[in-house]
Design a protein around this ligand. Structure first.
Ligand code: GLN
Length: 456
């Protein structure tokens, strides 16, 4: 029995069976940070299981954002998205593994062990919402898996795990209760087995929230009910086709998807979007992301938040908090604190941060111009298949950052995007990325629905 049938009908999810499989799969793949037993909630979702990325606050449940420094942190409240899913009747099964504070592309920067890809256990699951993608692929029953994207962290693990992942427009979903990575970029979204599942999850969590002043008051459509097969005009940025490092198998699958879309009645045209090349969007993203991240992490000093040691053992506060931070943060977090402190420094701010903000504004204009003529922009979701964990550990930070080139542009622009499974290469899933204009979630969901053949 499929859970969506449960949602539509009055049958119950088999919680015992779900929990048993969750524990068993997690033993093997390590995608959960903490498993909760699920609870009975009444509402339209009729107890469909849901899980959340570790960075999303859950009352009295560990919320460590993948970091040692927050290992023991248990918030006293639920994030808005959690509250909304529970009130709609979904049943909470725990927190999924992620890169520390969202800093990563493979979930190899997780303080609680690296999750393994269900399609090949020697390979990574993607990041930073890695566990959020893996649980969807590993479990037999559909579920709603909450992820968070700053620069690609929902569509990346969706592609590497062969599932659907939607990142909404910035401001569509409340960030209240999210452990921030970079406030002007963070978006909470949904990973699910099907476009229908993603639409269902998104319509519940989206919408204005008085606790997050950046949420939009625009009405939230009933995405899942409105889903329909569609046709339209799709743009393929030339800069993505010319990008170095796109694997042949990935490009082949992408070219095949263009043919399929054309056969289904879409028109697909190449467009020039120069700012999406690795020379502009990538550095602009990383400068903005590390600048905001380094400020956000300043509060983790062992006073109000973070690891605590005995202050009596230290000479003064500086010594105390340096020790807390040295022991609590992982290598990538430290790297980003250093980089971000540098980019924000007086004297360098104009050269880096302010310049990045300007590039971002131009990227938004470039998308807006494209959307005057096109319904969506498409590309492969990731340039590669999930690399082997061993290979990933040998890559330099700059090599890893470059793998984000296809996802950072739309994330910087705050556009909604969805990744849907698009065949395999060397036995591993690849994804099709569909980016729409601000608040056009329904349009990209419909395109994705048409591409995947209307599965529920
Ligand atoms: N890989 C990107 C980064 O490390 C994106 C991560 C994210 O979206 N949280 O910043």
């Amino acid at each position: 029995m499929n859970v969506w049938e449960v949602v539509e009908g009055d049958k119950q999810v088999d919680h015992k069976e779900f929990l048993e499989q969750l524990k068993e799969k997690n033993e093997e793949l390590n995608f959960m940070r903490e498993i909760s037993e699920g609870e009975n909630n009444s509402g339209e979702l009729n107890n469909i299981p849901f899980v959340a990325k570790d960075a999303i606050c859950t009352k009295n449940t560990t919320t460590s954002a993948g970091s040692q420094i927050l290992e023991e942190y248990q918030p006293v409240f639920d994030a808005t998205v959690i509250e909304r899913l529970k009130s709609a009747g979904a049943s909470f099964y725990g927190k999924t593994q992620q890169d520390e504070f969202g800093f990563g592309t493979f979930s190899t920067n997780c303080a609680f062990g690296t999750p393994k890809n269900p399609h090949d256990e020697e390979r990574v699951v993607g990041g930073s919402s890695g566990g959020a993608g893996t649980i969807v692929a590993a479990m037999d029953q559909p579920l709603i898996s909450l992820g968070e994207s700053t620069g690609g962290s929902i569509t990346n693990p969706a592609a590497y795990n062969g599932v659907v992942g939607i990142t909404p427009t910035y401001g569509r979903v409340s960030r209240y209760g999210l452990v921030d990575y970079a406030n002007s970029l963070d978006k909470i979204g949904v990973l699910a087995k099907t476009v229908y599942g993603a639409a269902k999850g998104l319509e519940i969590i989206a919408g204005e929230d008085e606790n997050d002043q950046t949420t939009s008051s625009k009405e939230v459509p009933n995405y899942s009910e409105n889903l329909e097969e569609t046709k339209g005009k799709l743009a393929v940025p030339k800069q993505y086709l010319e990008l170095d490092g796109v694997e042949d198998g990935v490009m082949e699958n992408f070219q095949n998807s263009i043919k399929e879309l054309e056969e289904a009645g879409f028109t697909v045209e190449e467009v020039d979007m120069p700012l999406l090349s690795a020379d502009y969007s990538l550095p602009a993203y990383y400068v903005m992301a590390v600048s905001e991240a380094s400020t956000n992490l300043a509060k983790l000093s062992g006073m109000r938040y973070g690891l605590e040691f005995d202050p009596e053992d230290y000479e003064d506060f500086n010594e105390y908090f340096s020790d807390v931070r040295s022991k609590g943060f992982g290598e990538e977090a430290k790297r980003r604190i250093l980089l971000g402190t540098y980019t924000r420094q007086a004297g360098y701010r104009d050269q880096y941060y302010i310049k990045a903000v300007k590039v971002r504004t131009k990227i938004i204009s470039q998308y807006k111009e494209t959307f005057e003529e096109f319904d969506a922009v498409i590309s492969p979701s990731m340039p590669n298949i999930a690399p082997k964990i061993e290979e990933a550990e040998e890559m330099s930070p700059a090599e890893i950052y470059a793998i984000d080139t296809l996802t950072v542009g739309p994330n910087l622009a705050g556009m909604p995007m969805i990744s849907v499974p698009n065949g395999k290469s060397e036995g591993m899933p690849t994804g099709l990325h569909i980016v729409g204009d601000h608040f056009e979630e329904q349009k990209i969901l419909d395109i994705a629905y048409s591409f995947t053949g209307g599965d529920q």
